[in-house]
Design a binder for this molecule. Sequence first.
Ligand code: AHR
Length: 311
Amino acid sequence: KDTSGDASSDASQSGDLITIGFSQVGAESDWRVANTESMKSALSEENGFKLIFADAQQKQENQTKAVRDFISQEVDIIVIAPVTETGWETVLGEAKDAGIPVIIVDRMIDVSDDTLYSCWVGSDFKQEGVDAANWLVEYMDKQGTGDAEHNIVVLQGTIGSSAEIGRTQGFDETIAAHANYKILEEQTGEFTQAKGQEVMEAFLKKYDNIDVVIAQNDNMAFGAIDALKAAGKTPGKDVTIVSFDAVKAAFESMIAGDMNVSVECNPLHGPRVSELAKKLMAGESVEKIQYVDEGVYPAETAEKELPNRQY
Ligand code: AHR
């Protein structure tokens, strides 16, 4: 079995197994690591698969190359967690010409011809952004500062990824209905802790009135929390931290009093992709678009919820 990250193994040796070529975004966050684990454990030999795993290191051009490798190896199914939404027409056209079904997982793609992929399963990122804004407004109301001026900075994810596009749109459109909430600036932290910290440090040099940080994933929030502490601020109290993903470490951060809320993004797509792949191979019809269920976890739920978290 080859799950080494090398897309060059010989798919023809796989016997009765369903050979899947999976192009993963990278390993930028706790969420992504949990997603990779879920995919590898569900798409195992014991479950009837031979998985060829390719890590794109957050670069879409690496994904294009991986998909072409999968096509030349004549895999049964191609699975892509796309880095960005656009730029897929040509290579997916090549997969279609080769007769290989494509499953898109996690983030979406933006193509004019939806026959270029068989199905998609993932998160409603725009709804996550809406949920974050609504939680923030309700929280400030409960704190008695609902009518005060609030100054927000946003650490965005990878620009052009549907996680960034949806969360930005959902949050910005919802918060725009509240004139006392001002977005000072939005900058990408590339979904990583290190970049999240770096961008937050720059924000703190530029603005002295930040009282809300929206981090589009937990790892960037952890970096922002470190930057705020180093600047003598108290995250969770004088700066409200709103995050996304709801990984285990976010619950620990909430219990420690540093983070105020994490909007869930579910990474456990392995079993869903396994079911879709088996149905496609059997010639059965599948749902074209499937959204997963997700919740909102404020700090007061963290202690009770942490033992139940799977990632
Ligand atoms: O596409 C899902 C997003 O990608 C997660 O929020 C983030 O942690 C990951 O990098």
